[in-house]
Design a protein around this ligand. Structure first.
Ligand SMILES: O=P(O)(O)OC[C@H]1O[C@H](OP(=O)(O)OP(=O)(O)O)[C@H](O)[C@@H]1O
Ligand SMILES: NC(=O)CC[C@H](N)C(=O)O
Ligand SMILES: [Mg+2]
Length: 501
């Protein structure tokens, strides 16, 4: 996942895009970038780092104009360390286009070959997003007649793009002198929504929190396969551009990725997490008798809503036993196991009195590599807990993700190939309770009966685009650079199991 935003206004947009990116910071901490447009000229600043570090006053002053796009990056393809792979990306022909992408293409390698051999386009980085931009540019060039571009041609280009791309993509692109184009893949895997301000400013963003937090009214989600085009005077047009659109949003957005105050595809992320806590309660009760639990403690931050609901249904006190250092970012989306592991202790510290001589039920939203749970269980014991039980609001993560979440290999997933009892032993808790897949889908899905289903491949191994082979997973993983070089140059393919590192 990454966070993307696009804005068309009648006033300068640099600060607005910056503010929206800050609201999307939880979706990507590795790099940030903004492009604005003034009189057909683009102004760009992008670099590695968090939004606050990337944009200094002098950079902001150098971003003039009333339209623009921005991105916060969480690398899941290409080179995690490359400054050049920070987004947005730019191509000069045709028209001049800048683009930001959230998602992951599963056929980027084949497209890249086509781009070079057939379309004679040069791709300068390892990023799948640069490939995507070149496909879009090529199709826009083909759809325009004699260099003129109207909305019909733009939508025809998106239709052609859908036919060529595989994988997940939510995209915002600015076409110089024309306007803002936004579209979402035919399964709607990654989120994208649109809103309007009182002054007529139009904003497209990954999550509704970016709209609301900057004073824009949420209008609606962009539908799967749909494209929206916003002209430079703020006129909006929409068109369905996919042959068979179906709504299969990524369930991990509701588990962990998105902010709880966002609504995605008609589902409140907060309510989804409450519901997951509710169904988890029945599993807990059948595993650990409630009279053996003294207190329910969330593992901050994302598990809080599920933990409150769970505690209420168990009739047990909900207590804050861990204090989060707000200056340390999200650990799961950090690149590299060594830095993730170190950051758990830097990020969370215990309030010992909440643990001493108590049987505690810790709750997390998900257990992926087990980095967090292993450290946290140990910290609870060091603080004097008698029994430490652990419940996960999501089912075991056992399959790699190829749609934009950093779960590239089975080997690094603590639950892959292991029984719950084996995972329990690795994590070191006294009981381990997982949500089950059907219950999770039901808990979230009942909030929008119009969904066709969920992209839940990391839990159930079903890749909704239907075209992902084991070779694809290996190739996508092998094509990645970075993230674990901080552990002595090991590539992701040879990363040791979570319990060994
Ligand atoms: O099993 P692991 O590989 O450790 O990954 C899972 C953990 O990572 C996430 O927390 P994170 O610190 O990223 O963010 P949060 O503050 O939003 O919970 C998630 O909420 C789990 O706590
Ligand atoms: N997870 C994402 O959305 C990342 C976008 C793109 N695939 C990149 O790695 O930069
Ligand atoms: Mg967490």
């Amino acid at each position: 996942m990454c966070g993307i935003v696009g804005v068309v206004s009648q006033a300068p947009v640099n600060q607005l895009i910056y503010d929206a990116l800050l609201l999307l910071q939880h979706r990507g901490q590795d790099a940030a970038g903004i492009v604005t447009q003034l009189e057909r000229k683009f102004f760009m600043h992008k670099a590695k780092g968090m939004v606050r570090d990337v944009f200094r006053t002098r950079n902001m002053r150098a971003l003039p104009g009333n339209s623009g796009i921005g991105q916060v990056r969480y690398p899941t393809a290409g080179n995690a360390f490359s400054e050049e792979e920070a987004q947005p990306f730019y191509v000069n022909a045709p028209f001049g286009i800048v683009m930001a992408h959230n998602g992951n293409l599963t056929n980027a390698h084949a497209l890249k070959r086509e781009m070079v051999q057939l379309d004679h386009r040069h791709i300068n980085t390892e990023s799948d997003s640069e490939v995507l931009l070149n496909v879009l540019a090529h199709e826009l060039g083909k759809a325009s007649s004699n260099g003129a571009l109207n909305t019909d041609a733009i939508f025809a280009a998106v239709r052609a793009v859908h036919r060529r791309l595989r994988g997940s993509y939510a995209v915002v692109a600015l076409i110089a002198g024309h306007g803002l184009l936004a579209f979402r893949d035919p399964f709607g895997i990654r989120p994208l929504c649109i809103g309007r301000g009182k002054d007529g400013t139009v904003m497209v963003a990954s999550e509704s929190v970016a709209l609301e937090g900057t004073g824009h009214e949420f209008l609606r989600d962009i539908a799967p396969g749909e494209a929206a085009f916003v002209s430079l005077d703020g006129d909006m047009q929409f068109q369905q551009c996919a042959d068979q659109p179906r709504l299969y949003p990524c369930v991990f957005e509701f588990v962990y990725l998105a902010r709880p105050d966002s609504t995605i595809d008609g589902i409140s992320v907060y309510q989804a997490r409450l519901n997951m806590g509710e169904t988890l309660a029945t599993r807990v009760i059948s595993t650990v008798p409630p009279n053996q639990i003294d207190v329910v403690i969330p593992i901050p931050e994302s598990s809080r809503p599920s933990a409150t609901q769970l505690a209420q249904l168990l009739g047990k006190p909900y207590r804050e036993g861990f204090v989060k250092n707000r200056y340390v970012g999200r650990t799961f989306i950090m690149p590299g196991q060594a830095v993730r592991k170190k950051s758990v202790r830097q990020k969370l510290n215990v309030i010992a009195s909440e643990f001493r001589d108590r049987n505690v039920l810790l709750v997390d939203d998900s257990i992926v590599r087990g980095t967090t749970s292993k450290e946290i269980v140990q910290m609870a014991r060091e603080a004097g807990a008698r029994k430490v039980y652990l419940a996960s609001a999501a089912p075991p993560v056992v399959h790699p993700n190829v749609y934009g979440i950093d779960m590239p290999t089975r080997d690094e997933l603590v639950a892959h190939g292991r029984t719950v009892e084996e995972v329990r032993q690795i994590i070191g808790c006294d009981a381990l309770i997982y949500q089950d897949v059907a219950a999770m889908k039901k808990a979230v899905g009942r909030l929008n009966p119009c969904l066709h289903g969920f992209e839940a491949s990391c839990f159930d191994g079903v890749y909704v685009t239907g075209d992902v082979t084991a070779e694809d997973v290996t190739r996508l993983n092998a094509g990645r650079v970075g993230g674990d070089e901080d552990e002595g140059g090991t590539s992701r393919l040879t990363l040791p199991n979570a319990q060994e590192s």
